[in-house]
Design a protein around this ligand. Sequence first.
Ligand SMILES: [Zn+2]
Ligand SMILES: [Zn+2]
Length: 143
Amino acid sequence: MKEILEKLRVKGVTLTPQRIAIVEFLKKITAHPTVDDIHKAIRRKYPTMSMATVYSTLELLKELGEIQELSIRKRGKACFDSNPKLHHHFLCRKCGKITDVEVDCPIIKKGWVDECKVEEAQAYLYGVCSECLKKEKSKKDKS
Ligand SMILES: [Zn+2]
Ligand SMILES: [Zn+2]
């Protein structure tokens, strides 16, 4: 967290309380929020927070490699992941929840493929999550 702020400072970014709040928010949550989610959450504390600030801060963090942008939601909004490590994602088509997927993938583990350095690797998996499956099952059992 401090490290990220330091990196931003080195880049010459002015660390306004709003910017710091965005970094704090992203580092705290494990979900995958959209720009709207982030904007709404920060606006509770900083009502003057603009969408432009959210976008520009996210761009900076992306450049630093601290977060990644996911386009797992087809035709939907991009969402952001504060876990910069290479990993995959699962989207539940029932409840819309996105979860991290740890797959034992040799390319991701090595970070290299045929002498090329892998910087981004994301598989988007779609289906029904365990919670929704449970719900479906209990519905069926009742009827
Ligand atoms: Zn679900
Ligand atoms: Zn993730």
